[in-house]
Write a protein that binds this ligand. Structure first.
Ligand code: MLT
Length: 364
């Protein structure tokens, strides 16, 4: 079976997928490993069972369309969370202490009296400490919670907003004041950090109106997705002094072309550790799905993992509400039902009611 790699993925994935043909080119892959390659125009072959993204965001994969075709899309939640957390903490300091401008200025100094020029000119870069300041974390998933914990440990007040925050996740961060809307959460914040995916709900959420509701001199940090921010509105807010700095992990021509924006070349998850973690998680997800039909960390179809030693296993992806007429273990989510049928005798696939069924696999 071919596993197509659309990006460079840590070699740890090759070890897990030993026995498969890991390749950069295949017309009939069973699985795809992808990082940032845009799959919007990818011509999906009928062989494709699953796509695993080595990362959290899945906006480069048309996952809703793939669900309609019975193709599972996985991500790797939490696998790069520490890397992103460390970068965000670094960016807080970069912005608060005007370090980027200071470094660029220091490098520009020439002559025998550089030390003297430094002492004379450094006052232009006087910054602020983060101790006692308020950080607003928008999106309290695996990354947002880690950022909140680290900021709290550095002496910051932490507030946040996340419409999907579970009670269990909230219990991990009891020191965070959680608001029920983003504007209220941001209102008192000196720093706002974004940790939400790019969806119809979140695209453009940082805009003229939301910025107007923030404190003067706020710093915005975006290690989530560029689309969350209306760059022209941030530029206007930088020009007026409403925003002190915008730190973005997503440079574009319009982002680069502005003083006050610190553009980082999408480095949030770029550590060897995070790349290894993501590759291992993604490869395990693909392998367990291809070999056992188990679905763990799917973003577009129901998650379901069943451990049995039965000789035969058939899996069925169907529209929600489909009655298969055969007993199995099912999970329903996002308008689909996924069923695993385990049996000691061969499963009579022909006996399944065809109406609503998208994909049937005889795994063993
Ligand atoms: C993510 O979505 O987790 C990151 O964008 C991963 C990456 O840098 O590839």
């Amino acid at each position: 079976m071919d596993i197509l790699k659309l990006n460079a993925i840590s070699p740890l994935a090759d070890k897990i997928l030993e026995g498969y043909n890991l390749t950069d080119e295949s017309a009939s892959p069973a699985g795809i490993l992808v990082r940032s390659a845009n799959m919007a125009e990818y011509a999906v072959p009928s062989s494709l069972l699953a796509v695993a993204r080595a990362g959290a965001g899945v906006n480069n994969i048309p996952h809703a369309d793939y669900a309609k075709q019975g193709i599972v899309v996985f991500n790797t939640p939490g696998a790069n969370a520490n890397a992103v957390k460390e970068m965000v903490i670094c960016e807080l300091m970069l912005a608060a202490r005007n370090l980027v401008e200071g470094i660029v200025w220091a490098r520009s100094l020439k002559g025998d009296d550089v030390a003297k020029q430094v002492e004379k000119g450094k006052k232009q870069f006087v910054g602020h400490e983060i101790l006692g300041k308020t950080l607003c974390v928008l999106g309290l998933g695996a990354i947002g919670r880690k950022v909140a914990v680290a900021a709290n440990a550095l002496g910051m007040e932490v507030v946040g907003y996340d419409p999907y925050l579970s009670q269990a996740a909230k219990a991990e961060i009891p020191f965070v004041t959680v608001f029920d809307n983003a504007d209220a959460a941001c209102a008192a914040a000196d720093f706002v950090t974004l940790h939400m995916p790019a969806t119809d709900e979140t695209r453009g959420m940082i805009n003229a109106a939301s910025l107007a509701a923030m404190k003067d001199g706020v710093v915005i940090i975006n290690a989530a997705r560029g689309e969350l921010v209306v760059v022209d509105d941030v530029k206007a807010a930088l020009a007026s002094g409403k925003v002190h700095k915008y730190v973005a992990d997503f440079p574009t021509a319009e982002v680069n072309d502005c003083d006050g924006i610190i553009a980082v070349p999408h480095l949030g998850a770029s550590t060897e550790e995070a790349e290894d973690n993501c590759a291992v998680m993604a490869a395990n997800e693909l392998k367990d799905y291809i070999e056992n039909g188990n679905v763990v960390n799917s973003v577009n179809l129901p998650n379901l993992k069943v451990e049995t030693k039965c000789a035969h296993r058939v899996t069925v992806i169907a529209k929600e509400g489909t009655v298969l007429g055969v007993e199995g273990v099912s999970a329903t989510a996002k308008g689909y039902t996924y069923t695993i049928i385990d049996s000691d005798a061969p499963v009579d696939v022909a006996a399944l009611n065809a109406d609503g069924i998208i994909r049937v696999r005889e795994i063993r």
